[in-house]
Design a protein around this ligand. Structure first.
Ligand code: PEP
Ligand code: MG
Length: 584
């Protein structure tokens, strides 16, 4: 008997239709490394276990909140089970026993967890009771989650998935997403994650349709099931009937046609109807995007997120390795500007190799992340600055500092940069000449509000509307539960954007915007009206934004932006903007 069609609703975070065969990422056992811990590092190892326990509890907490949104008995049942797991992470024999083993046996935390589970299993099996056997399964589940969080090894993200797969998982981290092969994966569906998360950004930049926050699907979808991902409507359809499949196949074909039509704009300039030229640049996340960027008709790379060089590895990349990677990119851009953002590790972009002792702090949105981490780990920062400056000898490079929140950070970064340049000159290394300009991301409210002062010591501004929205509205961009509240049209966010842009323009430094707003044609008129003449976005968004620019009168957009900036209600702002767009 064929399986029944079922639809799960979530958030469409990356547009398009993906049709394929489900590959559900097992949340089960992974290979555990085994090693001895020298006595002086035992404390650190116990802290590592504690961090993994806290992280596991946070994950279970999020899953519990999610289960509450599921209708009927299934959600309730799952809620009870997750409650039990949550408590097991608190003070169970498993956690206590593992901690004791680290101390007594001087073994690594993963091994300690495994050894404790084996011991518990032994004592349970002596009882020969079905209820106890089921509890053992729960303990194993908890232990596996703990080990996954300890090793932080990306569970080789869907590397076994055959061509034509739909990746299904509880959560896909940006490090996992960086390993997805768009040649084999047709779409993504997860239970956790929001539209502004870095995983969603990666899905969009790889052109993979994606739905996040789809409750209930994990329990139902099995590897091998046929699945449709509707990234526009936020739907995951499992075992579609032939008629449903035909509808989505048609939509997929229509989309392809539309993309081909838009591709013809590639060689056309991004000029408004009244003659103002707008610079459109591409955001870069992974080398695999290079062809797409080269074909997008972009005027350069406006944001190179350098985290790809630091993810999924145990050691930090050295200067030479980074130099070679960047040189390749700079050469391929053939003289067009490449804005390399220094490491923005932290938040959901964990990079174990560099966060080191700051791992716990870096995982917080308010912790040691971005420029703070670079200033705390100057040896890593220096290697990166040297690599960028050397790559600048092969083209046109700019340096961009992320998560700046105060002037002193920029001063310190500049001092370190001067030291690096001196060293490179002493060694007679070929470097960028003139030296790369140093700009800053404006993505923290304190930076936006000090933009006039920051403009005096920055060579350019790049506005990061994703984080600026998150920090201004106190909304976690990766949490699907609050995704509906994430609104870059909130007057508070717009005022900060306007204030920063005007401060930069007054100081006559280049100002661009590179958050997700820049790639959404809905916002183009407003951004141009606020004074932006440089937008940087996912390469796949360039044709649509260009089309919007070419259909627009800048004088009218300016006037509409002024009307919008007089409003104090986000709903009214949205209506004024959408009405203006509808006239196009
Ligand atoms: C932003 O915050 O808007 C931004 C462009 O940086 P990221 O998305 O990488 O945090
Ligand atoms: Mg940011």
């Amino acid at each position: 008997m064929s399986k029944q069609e079922k639809t799960f609703s979530g958030l469409g975070v990356s547009p398009g239709i993906g049709i394929g065969v489900a590959h559900v990422r097992e949340s089960g056992v992974i290979a555990v490394p085994e090693y001895c811990i020298p006595a002086k590092y035992l404390d650190e190892e116990r802290v590592r276990l504690k961090d993994a326990v806290n992280r596991s509890r946070r994950q279970i907490g999020r899953l519990k909140a999610k289960a509450k949104t599921m209708p009927g008995a299934a959600g309730e049942e799952l809620g009870y089970l997750l409650d039990a797991y949550y408590h097991m992470f608190k003070n169970s024999r498993l956690v206590r026993g593992a901690e004791q083993r680290i101390t007594d046996e001087r073994i690594n935390a993963e091994m300690a967890v495994q050894a404790e589970v084996a011991e518990i299993a032994k004592s349970f099996s002596a009882m020969d009771d079905a209820y106890i056997a089921a509890r053992l399964e729960d303990i194993r589940e908890v232990a596996n989650r703990l080990v996954r969080n300890l090793t932080k090894t990306p569970v080789k993200a869907f590397s076994q998935a055959p061509k034509g797969s739909i990746a299904i998982a509880e959560e896909i981290t940006p490090a996992d997403a960086a390993q997805l092969d768009p040649g084999r994966i047709e779409g993504i569906a997860t239970l956790l994650g929001g539209p502004e998360s870095h995983t969603a950004i990666l899905a969009r930049s790889l052109g993979l349709p994606a739905v996040m926050g789809a409750s209930g699907m994990i329990q139902v979808i099995e590897t091998g099931d046929r699945v449709v991902i509707d990234g526009d409507g936020g739907k995951v359809i499992v075992n579609p009937t032939p008629s449903t499949l035909a509808i989505f196949e048609r939509r997929q074909a229509e989309r392809l046609l539309e993309e081909r039509r838009l591709a013809r704009l590639r060689k056309q300039p991004a000029v408004t109807r009244d003659g103002t030229r707008i610079g459109l640049q591409a955001n870069f996340e992974l080398p695999i995007q290079m062809d797409m960027i080269a074909q997008s008709g972009s005027g350069g790379i406006g944001l190179l997120r350098s985290e790809f060089m630091y993810m999924n590895r145990d050691d930090a990349p050295g200067e030479e390795e980074q130099y070679r990677a960047l040189k390749d990119i700079v050469e391929r851009m053939d003289g067009k500007p490449v804005t390399v953002r220094t490491l923005d590790a932290g938040g959901d972009k964990a990079a174990a190799a560099v966060t080191g002792v700051y791992a716990e702090s870096a995982s917080s949105a308010l912790g040691i992340r971005g420029i703070r981490l670079s200033l705390a780990r100057t040896e890593i920062f220096e290697a990166q600055l040297a690599a960028i400056t050397r790559a600048g000898a092969h083209g046109n490079v700019r340096i961009l500092l992320p998560m700046v929140s105060s002037i002193s950070e920029v001063r310190k970064a500049r001092e370190i940069f001067s030291r690096v340049v001196k060293r490179l000159r002493r060694k007679r290394m070929p470097i960028a000449d003139p030296l790369p300009p140093i700009g800053i991301m404006i993505e923290v409210p304190s930076a936006a509000l000090s933009a006039d002062a920051l403009a005096q010591i920055s060579d350019f501004f790049a506005i990061g509307s994703n984080d600026l929205t998150m920090y201004t509205l106190a909304i976690d961009r990766g949490d699907e539960q609050v995704a509906h509240l994430f609104d870059s049209l909130h007057p508070a966010v717009l005022r900060l954007i306007q204030f920063s842009a005007e401060a930069g323009l007054r100081a006559r430094i280049p100002v661009s915007i590179c958050g997700e707003m820049a790639g959404d044609p809905r916002y183009t008129a407003l951004l141009l009206g606020l004074g932006f003449r440089e937008l940087s976005m996912t390469a796949t968004s360039i044709p649509r934004v260009k089309q919007r620019i070419r259909s627009m009168d800048l004088v009218a957009a300016d006037y509409r932006a002024r009307v919008i900036m007089d409003q104090s209600d986000a709903g009214r702002i949205a209506t004024l903007l959408d009405d203006f767009n509808a006239l196009a």
